[in-house]
Design a protein around this ligand. Structure first.
Ligand code: RAM
Length: 963
């Protein structure tokens, strides 16, 4: 029997979600098939109410001829009700005429679809009883009676602050740092919890533990101390449904009782103090005596900002043990987690009452081996725990998080090294599904990939932040924009960016300008390459997930940003006014400057062109044809203005920087006739710099792409593999476990970049990951068809330095794999294409006649839809399935030296240097090579001073060709 199976049902990207807040949810599923080339021809989806009777559905699509298996919108015969569970199932037919079984039944549940359904009030301790300005956490509780026959119970809750929820003495959920961080002035998420199993008939109690968090803890660098509000508060509504069909609703109101909690201090930047002696046993249980507690008072906080949870919740996603403990030269007792991580340390201790254990978190040790706090700026990230002295106590901070690898421990009984089993690192971040893997034959590159992922984990704690440790941890738009594409390869990020982009839209200025950070706690106006996040991020989410709805939602915001730029200055086609961060942290910056040498107006205009192009494409996708034409024309004029201002007619880029060349090529700003020249100039800039980059935040993400796209993939790979400063592997060689903010955060001599801005966990330069997936492993998308429905596989191979690379990406349609290996002259390429997708596979250097698949000579059929050959190699169109291609090509992995190769390039390669030395030994005597360093071999031959004997250069070239 053949297999065609429907799996992985999702509703709004989630499996069996609670708390669906939209009236038209979108469904998706994946398909399994035991034969190649399977495409869905039609589907049927049936959604039914709680009775589970699919015979009386709220929506039965019937057989629907369509290949859509993602983003399928609900079109029920009746609207969805609030707070109601629904069941659904799917079956499909494929083009070969097969019909699948029904999928397993999945469920989703709606939340409060109408804001008027909120009956609860915002509550906080009565100011007469508890000082609202107290730094201590608050406990809020309510006990109540329930009848027997509870069928289901849900809590909808949130806080102005951070909260932990308890029912009858138990934590209701493993989610932490709820309700997360949004632009609270406009939007505040509430959470939905299933508490059916925690409640019982008779007496019950609910407790809320309330802290300040992002809301009131003071955010922003340079002591901005930004607070959203003056008083914390909680909001809760419990819906209990009984088997007899009745319902009871319990809400937060003045009947609640309040007290001070055991957290005596907590803020995001500075850490937490906790006194376990202040714990009150049973405080969230019904029998607890709360007679001495203070009443709650209601606060008039807005209700119209409430939105159901949009992002993945934050959770402990991994627990790591310290790898060692040691005493530093300064005498500190320090733990090494072995990994720069973000989260918290859990203590498991048995110590006398009143023992105070202090944990101070830091990222690095200085060159003397002492723990280094300098780069944290004012952020203390210190945790103080005072024990109650009753057996083993387990504690981890409640309302904060730290970015650290090392922990200085004070007050721990005994001396010398610390018992490792008393400490565990709890890694916290938005609990996104991992969707990517990347590996090569070079373990240093694999470490880089690991560092990129850790950088993402640490800085995707509900908001895409620049860094997780110093007094910043902010949603810098530029950083998010450069990294989003890499991020979406590695993790499922649609809900994460949907939430953040809605915040961006909410906080966009009336003139279309975009604040530097979202949520905006820093003020500041718009900068090129930062504000462009408004356009680039929704477009990227659309490309990865086909999320047209997000694109439609953000369209106004995208357009407002482009119109904002257009309104700047006096020339509507150039952006040459205002403040810009420029090529932030570029290495060609002037002494004592953060801003790289590439002119800011060049960057601003290049991004203006790029955003306008994406806006035009968005208008096309959304069917706004007038806008598409309008922005198409605007784009052309910007490109024209760019050429006039920043390019000579013969293709010289006005600014001789790597970044200027990169943007010119990546955003298609040069006329075709001069592109080759721009690319060659860029390659020369890199080669002349000894295969080192000089790019900052703006140029770095695209540097290798532009080289690879224009025939210099060899150079790109050598940049990747460059171990000496500056380059990606420099930090790896220095033992980094995350990506650094500066190429030389830690200098070769062991000293640090200045304390004023030096993060060891900054994902921006991790943007290289995108290129690693697409160009090194060759796993790419066809940009004209979103969500990887049409895949593009084209490994570029590169140099002999890498002998294999492989990547996978779990796309909406299923897992994609692309991997290659070279063994002598034999090249094998393995490809997996998910069902209902197709791929174009370009096998560089292959001929159709010499190509085998799974051991057999290539022929159309069995998934292989079409085969052609061009100057690059064999080009195949394939359907779903797994393919093992094999061919031989002796030249592909040659270093590719020619008479145009520059001497410095030869000198960077030991084997090539030997060739030159063998045939032209005299060049190595005296300073001759210093004269010839930037000359090509041809120029050397022509240079009389070099005294190259007749025929010698031919011998050099012949030998080089063998490398
Ligand atoms: C710093 C951070 C951040 C960057 C801004 C401009 O605060 O490095 O990453 O985007 O500056």
């Amino acid at each position: 029997m053949s297999v065609l199976q429907v799996t992985d049902l999702t509703c709004e990207y989630r499996k069996n979600p609670l708390g669906i807040g939209v009236r038209v949810p979108r469904f998706g599923w994946r398909l399994l098939s035991d034969s190649r080339g399977t495409v869905q021809k039609g589907y049927r989806i049936v959604v039914t109410g709680t009775d589970g009777d699919f015979g009386t559905p709220v929506w039965d699509s019937g057989y629907t001829e369509s290949d859509a298996s993602i983003q399928v919108e609900f079109v029920g015969t009746e609207p969805l009700h609030s707070c109601t569970p629904y069941l659904y199932k799917v079956k499909v037919w494929d083009a070969a005429g097969r019909e699948s079984e029904w999928s397993e039944t999945a469920r989703f549940e709606t939340t409060l679809l109408d804001p008027s359904e909120w009956q609860a009030s915002w509550i906080t301790p009565d100011a007469a009883g508890i000082d609202p300005q107290s730094e201590a956490s608050f406990l809020l509780r309510k006990s109540f009676e329930l009848k027997s026959g509870i069928a289901s119970a849900r809590i909808y809750a949130t806080a102005a602050g951070l909260y932990e929820l308890f029912a009858n003495g138990r934590r209701v959920s493993d989610e932490v740092l709820s309700p997360g961080w949004t632009s609270y002035r406009y939007r505040l998420q509430y959470q939905t919890y299933d508490v059916t199993d925690l409640l019982r008939n008779g007496s019950n109690a609910i407790g809320i533990h309330l802290g300040d968090g992002w809301y009131r803890g003071g955010m922003g660098f340079e002591s901005r101390d930004f607070k959203y509000g003056d008083r914390r508060a909680a909001l809760l509504q419990l819906h209990v449904k009984y088997e007899d069909g009745t319902e009871e609703i319990i809400v937060s109101d003045e009947s609640w009782k309040c007290d001070i909690g055991p957290v005596t201090y907590a803020t995001i930047y500075h850490g937490e103090k906790y006194d376990a002696r202040l714990e009150q046993d049973g405080w969230s249980e019904s029998g607890f005596q709360d007679g001495s507690w203070t009443a709650a008072e209601t606060l008039d906080l807005p209700m119209d900002i409430l939105v159901p949870q949009e992002n993945w919740p934050t959770r402990v996603t991994e627990t790591i043990r310290p790898v060692s403990s040691f005493v530093t030269p300064a005498g500190d007792r320090v733990l090494d987690m072995g990994q720069n991580m973000v989260g918290r340390v859990r203590l498991n201790v048995s110590v006398p009452a009143g023992t105070k254990i202090v944990l101070r978190h830091a990222e690095v040790l200085d060159r003397d081996g002492n723990i280094y706090f300098g780069n944290l700026r004012p952020a203390k990230q210190t945790v103080e725990y005072t024990a109650k002295g009753e057996g083993t106590e387990s504690y981890a901070p409640h309302f904060t998080f730290m970015g650290f690898r090392y922990v200085k421990v004070e007050g721990f009984p005994g001396g010398g090294t610390l018992p490792l089993d008393a400490f565990a690192g709890e890694v916290l971040h938005s609990d996104m599904e991992p969707t990517g893997s990347f590996e090569t034959s070079d373990s240093r590159v694999n470490k880089l990939q690991s560092n990129i992922r850790w950088g993402q984990r640490g800085n995707f704690l509900d908001v895409p932040t620049d860094c997780p440790q110093r007094d910043e941890r902010l949603g810098w738009t530029g950083d998010a924009q450069v990294f989003i594409s890499t991020a979406l390869f590695n993790y499922q990020g649609a809900p994460f960016f949907t939430k953040w982009l809605r915040d961006l839209k909410a906080e966009q200025h009336p003139n279309g300008g975009v604040p530097f950070v979202i949520p905006d706690v820093a003020g500041g106006d718009s900068s090129a390459a930062w504000g462009d996040a408004a356009v680039i991020c929704p477009w990227t989410v659309y490309q990865y997930y086909g999320d047209r709805r997000l694109l439609a939602e953000q369209y106004g915001s995208m357009k407002a940003w482009v119109e904002y730029i257009r309104a700047q200055g006096t020339n509507e086609y150039l952006w040459n006014t205002g403040f810009h961060f420029g090529d932030w942290l570029g290495l060609d910056a002037k002494e004592d400057s953060y801003v790289g040498a590439t002119p800011r107006e060049l960057i601003a205009t290049a991004y203006y062109a790029y955003s306008t192009r994406l806006l035009r494409q968005t208008a096309e996708v959304l069917g706004h044809s007038e806008d598409a034409a309008k922005y198409g024309e605007l784009h052309e004029r910007i490109v024209q203005a760019y050429r006039e201002e920043f390019l000579t007619a013969t293709g010289r880029v006005a600014a001789p920087t790597q970044t200027a060349h990169v943007l010119t090529l990546m955003f298609d700003l040069a006329d075709e006739s001069v592109r080759t020249r721009v690319a060659k100039d860029l390659n020369d800039l890199v080669v002349e710099n000894g295969y080192h980059l000089t790019t900052g935040f703006v140029g770095t993400p695209y540097l290798c792409f532009t080289l690879s796209n224009h025939g210099y993939h060899h150079t790109a790979v050598r940049l990747l593999l460059q171990e000496s400063y500056p380059g990606w592997l420099y930090s790896v060689s220095q033992g980094a476990t995350t990506i650094w903010e500066h190429w030389d955060s830690l200098k070769p001599d062991g000293s640090f970049w200045s304390d004023d801005m030096n993060s060891f966990n900054h994902y921006a330069y991790g943007a290289i990951g995108d290129w690693m997936y697409r160009k090194v492993a060759g796993l790419d998308m066809d940009p004209s068809v979103p969500a990887f429905k049409r895949i593009h596989i084209e490994p570029l191979f590169g140099t002999k330095a890498l002998t294999y690379a492989k990547a996978s990406h779990l796309s909406p349609y299923g897992n994609i794999e692309s991997g290659w290996r070279v063994d002598g002259d034999r090249i094998s390429v393995n490809v997996t294409v998910p069902v209902n997708a197709t791929a174009e596979v370009v096998l560089r250097g292959a001929t159709v006649a010499g190509l085998k698949e799974s051991g057999k000579l290539l022929a159309e059929g069995d998934g292989i839809l079409a085969v052609t050959e061009n100057e690059d190699g064999a080009v195949l169109s394939v359907g779903s399935g797994t393919y093992a291609f094999e061919y031989e090509n002796a030249d592909l992995f040659r270093a590719g030296y020619t008479e145009n190769t520059v001497v410095s390039d030869i000198l960077n390669d030991e084997a090539a240097t030997d060739v030159l030395r063998k045939h032209l030994p005299h060049l190595f005597e005296g300073p001759m090579l210093k004269f010839l360093n930037t000359s090509s071999l041809k120029q050397v031959e022509e240079n009389g001073m070099a005294r190259v004997p007749a025929g010698a250069m031919d011998a050099v070239l012949a030998d080089l060709a063998k490398l």
